[in-house]
Design a protein around this ligand. Structure first.
Ligand code: AVJ
Length: 318
């Protein structure tokens, strides 16, 4: 392969990333999908976010899984296969596994085959009796479960309030598809972040140490490195606002001045104050989430929150 001396990284550029950037920056309102946050640097920044004092979701969800693990386990069928949609770190899964000693199989689903293989190896080592059957797939698309779990009762696991990254209409499609993949009689265990005071929400997405700002700005770094961009990172500000009407946290990168940016062969201009909308994180009430799940063909079996009602864990059945 020849190396382009001007844009060395652009040679290996992901054509989908490039076309998503072109499309996202081409309209009147600039947007970019939050899925691009998670390169190696972004994944590390996200891990750092989960430990921040302001970012309550991760530790609160783990607290609920620890406290309610026995109740969750009692609801799920015995000898089930547990299918995790988009398996990030295994921290949450491990909390659940303690309470599911008779699990027939764990099926992590992720786009990164390399990551899955590493994860499967450590889990097999730490839980010698557990069958781990990874599936390399994009969980937002249809995929088939492994043959090896045919006939096994199924439960899905979708923690972290990842469902909040989808527009409610898309979340409904996603949850319905999970149902189709898992089959009739399946259960689904989900983590869902809850509506609360604006100050608490905005602090969680705009922390004092600036880690979330770095996480957001990493998108521009990625464009510079992978697509041959020339963004000046100091010329953009991180902004997180709670849009109560839409019930979502919005993250933006706001241009501090008028400027033009080159990305590979394309040019884009930004006016002072113009933003790139980089993420939505929808917040639900217990009721609004049950309604959404119901439209997607799932019945609520049980839901738990923490003492401050910051976060929720739902068990659904179809
Ligand atoms: C990975 C979607 C759960 O919305 O809270 C954290 C991502 N973005 N801080 C969230 C995120 C900024 C996170 N989720």
């Amino acid at each position: 392969m020849t190396v382009n001396p001007i844009f060395p990284a652009a040679v290996a550029a992901d054509p989908v990333f490039l076309s998503d950037v072109r499309e996202g920056f081409g309209g009147t309102r600039k947007t970019l999908s939050p899925k691009y946050f998670y390169d190696a640097a972004g994944s590390e920044l996200f891990e750092a976010i989960t430990a921040l004092p302001e970012y309550y979701p991760t530790r609160t969800e783990i607290g609920i899984l620890d406290a309610r693990g026995p109740d969750i386990a009692a609801l799920l069928p015995r000898h089930a296969a547990l299918v995790e949609f988009g398996s990030g770190s295994t921290a949450k899964l491990r909390r659940l596994l303690r309470h599911l000693p008779d699990l027939a199989a764990y099926v992590p689903v992720d786009v990164s085959g390399e990551f899955l293989a590493e994860q499967a190896a450590t889990l097999r080592h730490d839980f010698p009796g557990l069958t781990v059957a990874p599936v390399v797939a994009d969980f937002t698309q249809h995929f088939a479960l492994p043959e090896s779990i045919a006939g096994t009762p199924r439960a899905g696991f979708f923690p972290g309030s990842t469902v909040g990254n989808f527009e409610p209409a898309e979340a409904e499609v996603l949850l319905r598809r999970f149902g189709e993949i898992l089959g009739s009689g399946a259960f689904l265990v989900l983590g869902v972040d809850l509506v609360k005071e604006t100050t608490r929400l905005e602090a969680a997405y705009d922390d004092a140490a600036g880690v979330t700002a770095a996480f957001n700005l990493n998108l521009l770094k990625r464009i510079n490195r992978e697509l041959g961009g020339d963004f000046d990172l100091d010329a953009f500000a991180h902004r997180a606002v709670f849009n109560r009407e839409a019930s979502r946290i919005e993250m933006h990168l706001v241009a501090r001045s008028d400027q033009s940016v080159r990305i590979g062969g394309d040019g884009f201009s930004f006016r002072e104050g113009e933003s790139i909308h980089t993420e939505n994180s929808y917040k639900y009430t217990l009721e609004s989430f049950r309604t959404l799940a119901g439209r997607a063909g799932w019945q609520s079996v049980e839901a738990w929150t923490d003492a401050e009602a910051l976060f929720s864990v739902h068990v659904l059945r179809r």
